[in-house]
Design a protein around this ligand. Structure first.
Ligand code: PLP
Length: 415
């Protein structure tokens, strides 16, 4: 029995419908995951009541002794997990973390060089619709026709544009990021190097992707993607001077009171990431993504860059009659949630696109392994082969629902 059930049946029912949706569908959006029930418990805890502007032992309000304790624990665990000296665990999201980095290290009109959104970068890496592209002069590198970053090309662009800060990291890049190569580029042009590992942090934490340390000056990540923690962001560095600037940029620069209940949840998430089991999860995420790439390419589809080193694949329909939007909709009808995505050589609009992005983290969290991913990859290919066959999509939807119900994490909507 929940309080909500009596006080607000309307919201209670919506939340329960969302649980049903999550249980019935196969979640393959690469940026999504299923967090730990203990993380959800912390987010519903009494810490939501507490104002704690400032940092541990330097607060503007009284009664912060336990807020201090839990924030320090989150900081210590983040530093241990990623092998760095300083962490700010207050950013409300990945975007706020990135905004904090820019605010700390740049002045308006300074030049930044990031990965183009349509090549796999993130809005906050200088896109004109984001404050990162309005406050700063942004320039971009991208991927080549083989779907990979050519580091010599990035070097050329950096030499021409002379950025003050280079952003590396992506939202839709299936290959390893070479932080050392980026360091050489940054050194060549005297730029700061900033890694946004929002997508790959869970792999980095497990040693399943090279670490941005010691090459990068500052690193941000979300905590809710491959890390499976609560929705939020963090910023890390080994440089004390940068750490001080970051802290002032987050508070009072761009945020007010920290979300102490979410910080408690971040601590719990990092605790999970530090357990030996985490390595097995990260390995399985990669193994499952590889099955997707292998099966879907065997079935005749163009997997961008020929495969994957991480948790996601991009499938290109440049040579097909249908678009990414069509594929996204057809797979949705078949109970498989993915997202449309631009691909190298894109000629359709960002609302239509010629590709889809498919990720393995969420279904791996549900306990699925290679055998299930092989079935799913074949069903994805069946849908793509028969993009207009709605009867087939409905049939696959039932099969996928049955499969999904064998792997349930949550027995209730609220923890
Ligand atoms: C998801 C993502 C972000 C933003 O995270 P939000 O929590 O949605 O603000 C930033 N950078 C990259 C590379 C991402 O993939």
């Amino acid at each position: 029995m929940y309080f909500m059930e009596n006080s607000d049946k309307e919201v209670f029912e919506i939340i329960n419908k969302e649980l049903q949706r999550q249980n019935d569908h196969l979640e393959m959006i690469a940026s999504e995951n299923f967090t730990f029930p203990a993380v959800m418990e912390a987010m519903g805890s009494v810490f939501t009541n507490k104002y704690a502007e400032g940092y541990p032992n330097k607060r503007y309000y009284g009664g912060c002794e336990y807020a201090d304790e839990v924030e320090q624990l989150a900081i210590d665990r983040a530093c241990k997990l990623f092998g760095c000296k300083f962490a700010n665990v207050q950013p409300h999201s990945g975007s706020q973390a990135n905004q904090g980095v820019y605010q700390a290290l740049l002045k308006p009109y300074d030049k930044i060089l990031g990965m183009d959104l349509s090549h796999g970068g993130h809005l906050t890496h200088g896109s004109k619709v984001s404050s990162s592209g309005k406050l700063y002069q942004s320039f971009f590198y991208g991927v080549e026709s083989d779907g990979r970053i050519d580091y010599d090309r990035v070097m050329d662009i950096a030499r021409i544009t002379q950025p003050k800060l280079i952003v590396c990291g992506a939202s839709a890049y299936p290959r390893e990021i070479d932080f050392k190569a980026f360091r050489e580029i940054a050194d060549e042009v005297g730029a700061l190097l900033f890694a946004d590992i929002a997508h790959i942090a869970g792999l980095v934490a497990a040693g399943e992707h090279p670490s941005p340390f010691p090459y990068c000056d500052v690193v941000t990540t979300t905590t809710h993607k491959t890390l499976r923690g609560p929705r939020g962001g963090i910023i890390m560095t080994n440089d004390e001077d940068i750490a001080k600037k970051i802290n002032s940029a987050i508070f009072p620069g761009i945020q007010g009171g920290p979300l102490v209940h979410v910080i408690a949840a971040k601590a719990i998430g990092f605790g999970e990431n530090l357990k030996p089991e985490w390595k097995a999860y990260a390995k399985q995420v990669k193994a499952n993504a590889k099955v997707l790439a292998d099966v879907i390419s065997k079935r005749g589809y163009d997997v961008v860059s020929g495969g994957t080193d991480n948790h996601l694949i991009l499938v290109s329909f440049l040579n097909k009659e249908f678009s990414g939007k069509d594929a996204d909709a057809a797979l949705g009808n078949a109970g498989i949630t993915v997202n449309k995505n631009t691909v190298p050589g894109e000629f359709r609009s960002p609302f239509v696109t010629s590709g889809i992005r498919i990720g393995s983290p969420a279904l791996t969290a549900r306990g699925m392994k290679e055998a299930e991913f092989e079935i799913i990859a074949n069903r994805i290919s069946d849908v793509l082969d028969n993009i207009n066959d709605t009867a087939l999509h409905a049939k696959i939807r039932e099969e996928m629902k049955e499969l999904a119900h064998k792997f349930i994490i949550y027995d209730r909507a609220i923890y």
